[in-house]
Design a protein. Structure first.
Length: 316
């Protein structure tokens, strides 16, 4: 559960003492789990102030993002399998609540790396004020690696256009996670069969719109519009938002893909059997439903990284 001040002094006396390093880590976990769209550059400074290195912050953020992805995939699998009221897997909030209990920690810095350097963005950045399908750039709040200093594994993970991306060069601080994450990304969005690519991109765009990630929404809304040949539908989705009950004038298939993505996105997810059944009703197979669910779930991960480690801006 989120860390909140106790309601009365008696509760304060009974509350476990949390040392500053653990407190900063738990605060970051709360922010990523429950309100990533509220993240600011100054939030990373709190982690640097207690000694976390750039690599440690990237690793911490990746783990939290992965759990967000994993739990949503599990929820989708439960529903596809007909298990609508399963207690075998705790909600994200319940797992997080368990992690905050247990009293004071004796944790110490895990390496001798220096505290993270927080980057001051350029003063002339043109930040987007609204969701858009226009091309955006992304600037990190932490120092990415320099390709000239990359080790062989980092260089391999950054082959091609990824080497030009400060986002991927930042994630390469923990290259082992980046390699596995890239394989997951490609498996979800590029594996043949199952749902059309346009449906997968729509799920990613709808999730990003709900989570408030302008950068991710711009990339995947643009792809959904191009692949689905429905730019007007995508423009309405970005302009009006995807909150339940919003009239988007989509066809039944796309509306129900959006409905599932939006129901999986909150913490904890609110997806129910009806979301799966409604997709079956318009002809989606279970494999297609899993594809669109995994695409949305992956952006529960990606949005959390994009929103908390940097910010978008217009190039040029």
């Amino acid at each position: 559960m989120p860390l909140v001040p106790p309601a009365n002094p008696a509760e304060a006396l009974a509350a476990p003492v949390v040392e500053p390093r653990l407190g900063a880590i738990l605060r970051h976990a709360d922010l990523l789990s429950f309100a990533p769209r509220n993240a600011r550059r100054e939030d990373l400074r709190l982690l640097a102030d207690v000694g976390l290195s750039t690599r440690a912050i990237v690793t911490l953020s990746q783990v939290i993002g992965f759990v967000s992805f994993q739990l949503r995939v599990i929820k989708a699998l439960e529903l596809i399998g007909g298990l609508s009221n399963v207690d075998a897997v705790a909600s994200e909030a319940e797992w997080h609540g368990r992690s905050t209990r247990g009293g004071a920690s004796q944790s110490q810095p895990s390496s001798l790396e220096p505290p993270a350097e927080i980057i001051q963005p350029r003063t002339d950045l043109r930040r987007p004020a609204a969701f858009t399908v226009e091309q955006l750039e992304w600037t990190p709040w932490l120092r990415p690696i320099d390709l000239a200093e990359a080790n062989p594994k980092q260089a391999g993970a950054l082959e091609g256009t990824r080497g030009n991306s400060p986002y991927f060069r930042l994630l390469a601080r923990d290259v082992d996670i980046l390699v596995e994450r890239t394989a997951t990304d490609r498996g979800i969005f590029y594996t043949p069969g199952g749902a059309p690519r346009a449906d997968r991109e729509l799920s990613a765009a709808a999730t990003s719109r709900l989570n408030g990630c302008i950068y991710c929404a711009s990339v995947h809304a643009r792809l959904a519009a191009q692949l689905g040949k429905r730019p007007d539908d995508i423009d309405r989705l970005l302009r009006k938002g995807v909150a339940p009950g919003t009239e988007l004038a989509l066809d039944e298939r796309w509306q129900r893909v959006v409905d599932l993505a939006v129901a999986l996105a909150p913490t904890p997810p609110v997806a129910e059997m009806q979301h799966v059944e409604s997709l079956r009703d318009v002809g989606l197979s279970d494999l297609e439903i899993l594809d669109v669910a995994q695409a949305g779930a992956f952006f529960a991960w990606a949005n959390r990284l994009m929103l908390t480690l940097g910010e978008p801006y217009y190039s040029g």
